[in-house]
Design a protein around this ligand. Structure first.
Ligand SMILES: [Fe+2]
Length: 234
C-alpha cells in the first residue's frame, strides 16, 4: 500500500462505518466510458438525442481522459478507486478531484435515468423513508428542484443517505457528497446534473422546467437498489 493510501485509510474506515458506499464496478484506473443502457433518443423530450450524445460521448469522455492522464502521471495514485479518491478529496490536486468527480457523477447520472414508463416507482422501503424525511414524495421533489435552481453556476443536486436519514444537497462544479469536505456527506440515491450543458438543448436557460420534467425519466429501480445497498444492508 502506498504512503498516500495509508495516510487516509483510517478516515475511510470511519466514513464507511456511517453508510455503505455503492462503489462502481471496474473503478480501478485506467477508467473508461460506461455504455448507456438506452438509445440516445430514449430520454426525449426531457433530454434530446443531440445533447445526450454530446454529454456522454464528448464531455464525460473528456473527464475520463483527463483523470487517467493525471493519475497515470502520479504513481502515488495508481490503482486507487474513485471511492478512495473521494475520501481524501480535500488533499487531492484539483485536476484529479475535478475529473474524478466528473467521471463518477456522470456515470451515476446515466444509470439513474431510464426511458419514460420504464423507471418504476420508489420501493416500499424507499417510499416510507421519503415520507419520514420529507413528508411526501411531492415535497421531496419540490425541495430537490429548489436546491437545483438555487445552485449558483454549475453543479449537481442530490438525494443522499447520510447514515441515518435521506437528505437533499447540492454541490458545486463536479463535487459530490462522497467527498470528505462536503457539508452533507452520504451515499447518492438520486442525482441531477444542473450544468447548463445538461438541459440547454431542450430548455435553453430554464433550469427549473428541466428539473420538473426530469422526474418522468428517473430510474426509480436504480434508486431503490442504491437505497437498499446504502441503508438496508449491513
Ligand atoms: Fe454534465
Amino acid at each position: 500500500m502506498s504512503t498516500f493510501v495509508s495516510s487516509f485509510v483510517p478516515s475511510l474506515v470511519l466514513a464507511l462505518a456511517a453508510f455503505a458506499v455503492p462503489v462502481m464496478s471496474a473503478s480501478e484506473a485506467p477508467f473508461s466510458l460506461p455504455k448507456l443502457t438506452y438509445e440516445l433518443n430514449a430520454l426525449e423530450p426531457v433530454v434530446d438525442a443531440q445533447t445526450l450524445a454530446m454529454h456522454h460521448g464528448q464531455l464525460h469522455k473528456t473527464y475520463i481522459d483527463a483523470l487517467n492522464n493525471a493519475i497515470m502521471n502520479d504513481p502515488k495514485m495508481e490503482g486507487l478507486t474513485l471511492s478512495a479518491l473521494f475520501r481524501s478529496a480535500s488533499k487531492l490536486p484539483p485536476v484529479v478531484r475535478d475529473n474524478a468527480g466528473g467521471h463518477y457523477n456522470h456515470s451515476f447520472f446515466w444509470t439513474i435515468m431510464a426511458p419514460k414508463g420504464t423507471g418504476g416507482e420508489p420501493s416500499p422501503a424507499l417510499a416510507a423513508r421519503i415520507v419520514t424525511d420529507f413528508g411526501s414524495l411531492e415535497q421531496m421533489e419540490e425541495k430537490f428542484e429548489k436546491a437545483g435552481v438555487a445552485r449558483v453556476g454549475s453543479g449537481w443536486v442530490w438525494v443522499v443517505w447520510t447514515g441515518s436519514k435521506l437528505a437533499i444537497t447540492s454541490t458545486r462544479n463536479q463535487d459530490n457528497p462522497l467527498m470528505d469536505d462536503m457539508e452533507i456527506q452520504g451515499a447518492p440515491i438520486l442525482a441531477n446534473d444542473v450544468w447548463e450543458h445538461a438541459y440547454s438543448g431542450t430548455f435553453q436557460n430554464r433550469r427549473g422546467e428541466y428539473l420538473k420534467s426530469w422526474w418522468s425519466v428517473v430510474n426509480w429501480k436504480e434508486a431503490n437498489s442504491r437505497f437498499a445497498e446504502a441503508a438496508l444492508t449491513k
